[in-house]
Write a protein that binds this ligand. Structure first.
Ligand code: NOJ
Length: 825
C-alpha cells in the first residue's frame, strides 16, 4: 500500500528509473473504475478461440496502460486444475497443460503488444488454497506440493514454458512450497528450471508475502520482493530493502546477483518499450487501489502519509464504438458458453417462444409462458456488493479474490431475457430467488410452457471465506440450494409437461447427477464466468444469434471420487507442514478418466452446436524423422551484460541527508556504514559449477523442441442447418515403447510414475483450431506437431525424449472422446 497499485517498486532516483506499478489481473484491472470486467480465464479457455484469447489480452493490456500500470499480474496457469474444487482454477484456462499454454501465450502476446509487462503465475504447484500461505491458515508454514520431475515437466511446467516462449516479462513464484522448499526460494525451480532450462530472461517476483527468507531467496533466483514486507503483512520489516543492501555490502549475496536482478527488471521495461514517454507518462497510476474517493493517500500504508491528494482520476479505459472492449467481452462470454444438452433441439429459442409451441399458442390467441427461476438469473444487490466479489449473490459473473474486479456494469440474464422475448407473444414471469413460493403459489410452475432455471457454484482466493467456503469449494455440488431448485422446477414446470432449460454459472466442474435425468430437463447450458456481458452473451446463444461453440476445458465427472484421490483438496493438515503428494503423476482430469476407464458425464473437449460437422480426408505428412533426443543445446555468443563486481563503499548506501523517511516504506538505505564482513557458510555444493541443461538453450527450452516433425490436416464440413464454429481437436497417443534407461525401482511411492517411462496417458491434447463454417462449407484445418508435442520428459536423461520405435496415433475429433479421424506418425 506504499503506492497506488497493489504492488509498487520505489524509483531509482539516482539513475532516473521510475517506480513501477503492478496490478492484478487476470480478468481486468482490479480495484479500479471505468474498466472492463472481462470473462474469467476459464471462460476464455472454454472458447478454444486463439484469436479471442489474444484480443482479450490486448484489450486488457491497453486498459492497464491507460490506467498507468506497468505490470499486469496475469495470466494465471497455476493452478492447472489438478483438483476440480480448487478455489482459483477459474483464473486459469482449464485442466490441461496444452490448452493452458496456448491460452496463456496468446494472452501474453496480447497484453504485451500494448507495452504492458505480463506476469505468468503462480510458479508452481499452487493447486489449492488451503494452507497455500504461511500464517493464513493458522500454521507457521505453507503446504508442500510434492511433484515428481516428469509430472512437473509434462503437466505443471508446460504452460509456463509457453509463456516464456511468448516472451513474458515476469513470473510470479507461488506461496506454497514445492518439494518442501518454498517456491520463491527454490533454486532448482528458479535458477535451474526457469532461468536455465526455459531460458527465462525476465524477472521473478514473489507472490504477496511468498518470500520467506532474505539471502536464500536472492541466491535461489528471486528478483523482486512483493509487496516488500517481511514475514508478516504490512510490518515494514522487509527481508530485502536495507537487508539486501547489507548482504551485498558484506559479501553474502554476490553483487553479480544484485546486478542480475536489476538487469532483468530494467531490461524488461525497455523490452516492452516503457521508456517511450508518449505511451508511458511516468506519472504512475491514475487510480487508487485503496479508495474510491477522488482524494486519497499516495502512501496509504504509511501512518506518516497524512497528505490527501487527487488519486482517482476516473479515466474511462473501456473503449468506445467499434473499439469498445465490451464487444470482445461479449464475444468471449458467448463463445465460452458450452451447450451440454439439447434434447429435441429445444434450443435455439425464438423471440416468440419455443417455435412449435409458440405457433399453437398464437393460434389460440394465447401467449407463450416462460418462467425464470433462481437467484443466479437476477441482479441481486448489485455486482460489486462485496469486496473483491467475496459473496455469492445475484448472478455469478466471476469468482472472488485478487483475480476479481469492480464491475462497471453487469447485464444480468434476467434483464437481457426480458428484453429479448417479444412481449406481444411471450409472457415472462420471474422469480430471481432460489426459494420461489412454490408452496403457496404452485401455479407459477404449473402454468409455464417453459422454465429457465439458473444455478451456480462459486469459489475464490483463500483470504476470503464465503458461505463457509474458504477459497476451495467444499464439494462439486451446485450451491445455495440450486440442485433442489432445478429438481423442483424441472419436475413441476408445466405440470410435468414443461420444458426446462438449466443455465449454470460456475467456477469449474459441477455434479449434474441429481437432476440430469429428469424428463423435463431438455437443455443444459454451462455459461462459466461470463463477466459484465453475461446476459447479452447468454441471449446471443439462447436465441441462436451465436451458434454455441464452447467446449469443456475440463471433465465433468459423475462424482468427485471419479477424479481420483489426487483430485481431493487437503482440507485438514496431515503433518505440521501439510504435504500434498502428487502421486497420481500425469493422471489428472481426462488423463485419469481415460486411464482408469471411468465414464464421465461429459468429457473434456465436449460441447454441442446447433449444427453438425462432418470430418474427412485426414492427412499426416512427416516433415522430420524421429530421433530420441533433441540436438545438443545450441551454443550462444550472447552473454549477459557485465558490470563492475567491486563492492561499493558502504557510505554510498547511507540515507541521503535531509531525506524524510516514511514509516513502513521499504528503502534500500542503511542507517550506518558499519558493515561487518561475515564468514557466511554456504551449503555444501553451493560453489559447484552446474552444467547447463541440455533441455535448454532458448526461450521455452531447447529451440529444437519447437521443430515441426509432422503436419496434419483434416477437412471439416458443416452439414447442418445453420452456420457455426467447430473446435477441431487433435490428440496424440504415444507408441508403447521401452524405457531408454533401465527402470530403477525407487522406494518412494511418489516417484513411481516418473521412472516408469513406458507409462503414457491414453491420449494428450496437442492441437486445436476453431473454424467458422457457413452452412455447407468445408475448410481444411491444419496442425503441426513439434518435437516437444511428441516427447516425454525422461528423468534419467534430464531431457525430452521422443520414442522412435512404434508409431504415434494421432486422432482428430470433436472432443476427447468423439474421435473422427485417425492417422499415424
Ligand atoms: C496474492 C495472489 O495470490 C496473487 O495472485 C496476486 O497477484 C497478489 N495477491 C496481489 O494481489
Amino acid at each position: 500500500m506504499m503506492g497506488l497499485s497493489v504492488g509498487n517498486t520505489g524509483p531509482a532516483i539516482n539513475v532516473g528509473f521510475p517506480g513501477l506499478a503492478l496490478q492484478d489481473g487476470p480478468l481486468g484491472i482490479r480495484s479500479s473504475d471505468h474498466a472492463t470486467a472481462f470473462p474469467a480465464g476459464i471462460t476464455v479457455g472454454a472458447t478454444w478461440n486463439k484469436e479471442l484469447m489474444y484480443q482479450r489480452g490486448k484489450a486488457h493490456g491497453l486498459e492497464a496502460r491507460l490506467k498507468g500500470v506497468n505490470v499486469l499480474l496475469g495470466p494465471c496457469v497455476g493452478p492447472l486444475g489438478r483438483m476440480p474444487a480448487g478455489g482459483r482454477n477459474w483464473e486459469g484456462f482449464g485442466a490441461d497443460p496444452y490448452l493452458q499454454g496456448v491460452a496463456a501465450a496468446e494472452t501474453i502476446k496480447g497484453i504485451q503488444s500494448e507495452g504492458i509487462m505480463a506476469t505468468i503465475k503462480h510458479y508452481i504447484g499452487n493447486e489449492q488454497e488451503h494452507y497455500r500461505q504461511a500464517h493464513e491458515w493458522a500454521l507457521p508454514n505453507a503446504l508442500s506440493s510434492n511433484i515428481g520431475d516428469r509430472t512437473l515437466h509434462e503437466l505443471y511446467l508446460w504452460p509456463f514454458a509457453d509463456a516464456v516462449r511468448a516472451g513474458v516479462a515476469s513470473v510470479m513464484c507461488s506461496y506454497q512450497m514445492t518439494n518442501n522448499s518454498y517456491s520463491c526460494g527454490n533454486s532448482k525451480l528458479l535458477n535451474g528450471i526457469l532461468k536455465d532450462e526455459l531460458g527465462f530472461q525476465g524477472f521473478v517476483q514473489s507472490d504477496w508475502l511468498a518470500q520467506r527468507s532474505g539471502v536464500g531467496t536472492a541466491l535461489a533466483g528471486l528478483d523482486m520482493s512483493m509487496p516488500g514486507d517481511g514475514l508478516f503483512w504490512q510490518d515494514g520489516q522487509s527481508l530485502w530493502g536495507p537487508e539486501l543492501t547489507r548482504s551485498v555490502l558484506n559479501g553474502t549475496v554476490p553483487l553479480s546477483r544484485l546486478n542480475d536482478m536489476v538487469t532483468r527488471i530494467v531490461a524488461a521495461w525497455y523490452q516492452l518499450g516503457q521508456d517511450n514517454e508518449t505511451l508511458f507518462d511516468r506519472k504512475g497510476p491514475n487510480f487508487s487501489s485503496w479508495t474510491n474517493d477522488e482524494m486519497g493517500h499516495i502512501y496509504n500504508g504509511s501512518p506518516d502519509d497524512t497528505e490527501l491528494v487527487v488519486v482517482n482520476h476516473y479515466i474511462d479505459v473501456q473503449g468506445t464504438g467499434e473499439e469498445a472492449h465490451s464487444i470482445i467481452a461479449r464475444k468471449v462470454a458467448a463463445e465460452g458458453i458450452i451447450l451440454l444438452k439439447n434434447e429435441d433441439n429445444i434450443l435455439p429459442l425464438s423471440r416468440d417462444g419455443w417455435p412449435s409451441f409458440a405457433k399453437a399458442a398464437d393460434q389460440l390467441g394465447m401467449k407463450y409462458r416462460v418462467g425464470i427461476f433462481g437467484e443466479d438469473a437476477g441482479e441481486g444487490k448489485g455486482p460489486n456488493f462485496c469486496v473483491d466479489r467475496g459473496c455469492n449473490q445475484g448472478t455469478l459473473g466471476s469468482g472472488w479474490g485478487s483475480g476479481a474486479v469492480e464491475f462497471p456494469y453487469l447485464i444480468s440474464p434476467l434483464a437481457a431475457l426480458k428484453k429479448a422475448f417479444n412481449p406481444d407473444k411471450v409472457y415472462v414471469t420471474d422469480f430471481p430467488t432460489n426459494a420461489p413460493p412454490f408452496g403457496t403459489e404452485p401455479a407459477i410452475l404449473k402454468d409455464q410452457d417453459m422454465c429457465l432455471v439458473f444455478a451456480n457454484a462459486d469459489s475464490g482466493e483463500g483470504f476470503l471465506t464465503v458461505n463457509s467456503i474458504r477459497g476451495d469449494r467444499n464439494d462439486l455440488n451446485l450451491q445455495k440450494g440450486t440442485d433442489q431448485l432445478i429438481t423442483e422446477v424441472a419436475t413441476r414446470c408445466g405440470d410435468g409437461n414443461g420444458k426446462t432449460v438449466v443455465v449454470i454459472h460456475s467456477v469449474g466442474p459441477v455434479i449434474l447427477e441429481n437432476w440430469f435425468n429428469i424428463t423435463g430437463v431438455k437443455a443444459i447450458i454451462l455459461a462459466n464466468l461470463p463477466g459484465q456481458e453475461s446476459g447479452n452473451a447468454l441471449v446471443d446463444v439462447l436465441f441462436g444469434d451465436v451458434n454455441p461453440s464452447g467446449k469443456l476445458p475440463y471433465t465433468i465427472g459423475k462424482s468427485l471420487d471419479d477424479y481420483g484421490e489426487g483430485a481431493k483438496i487437503l482440507y485438514y493438515p496431515n503433518t505440521p507442514i501439510p504435504q500434498q503428494n502428487f502421486s497420481e503423476g500425469l493422471y489428472i482430469d481426462y488423463r485419469f478418466f481415460d486411464k482408469y476407464g471411468i465414464e464421465p458425464r461429459y468429457e473434456f473437449g465436449y460441447g454441442l452446436s446447433y449444427t453438425t460437422f462432418e470430418y474427412s480426408l485426414m492427412s499426416t505428412i512427416p516433415v522430420k524423422s524421429k530421433s530420441l533426443l533433441p540436438p545438443a543445446r545450441p551454443e550462444t555468443d550472447l552473454s549477459p551484460p557485465k558490470y563492475s563486481e567491486e563492492i561499493p563503499n558502504p557510505s554510498t548506501a547511507l540515507l541521503p541527508s535531509g531525506f524524510r523517511k516514511l514509516k513502513k516504506f521499504i528503502y534500500p538505505y542503511l542507517d550506518s556504514s558499519d558493515i561487518k564482513k561475515g564468514n557466511f557458510q554456504y551449503p555444501d555444493g553451493y560453489g559447484t559449477v552446474q552444467s547447463p541443461s541440455q533441455a535448454g538453450g532458448g526461450e521455452g527450452g531447447n529451440p529444437s523442441l519447437y521443430d515441426i516433425h509432422v503436419n496434419v490436416s483434416a477437412d471439416v464440413t458443416n452439414i447442418g442447418p445453420v452456420a457455426g464454429a467447430e473446435v477441431v481437436q487433435l490428440y496424440v497417443s504415444y507408441p508403447r515403447s521401452p524405457p531408454i534407461q533401465p527402470a530403477i525401482l525407487p522406494q518412494v511411492e511418489a516417484w513411481k510414475f516418473d521412472t516408469d517411462m513406458t507409462d503414457f496417458p491414453v491420449q494428450v491434447l496437442r492441437g486445436f483450431e476453431k473454424v467458422f463454417l457457413e452452412k455447407g462449407e468445408t475448410k481444411k484445418v491444419k496442425f503441426s506437431l513439434t518435437r516437444r508435442d511428441l516427447s516425454y520428459w525422461d528423468v534419467m536423461q534430464q531431457n525430452w525424449v521422443m520414442p522412435t520405435s512404434g508409431s504415434y496415433t494421432i486422432r482428430v475429433g470433436s472432443s476427447s472422446r468423439d474421435w473422427r479421424l485417425k492417422g499415424e506418425y
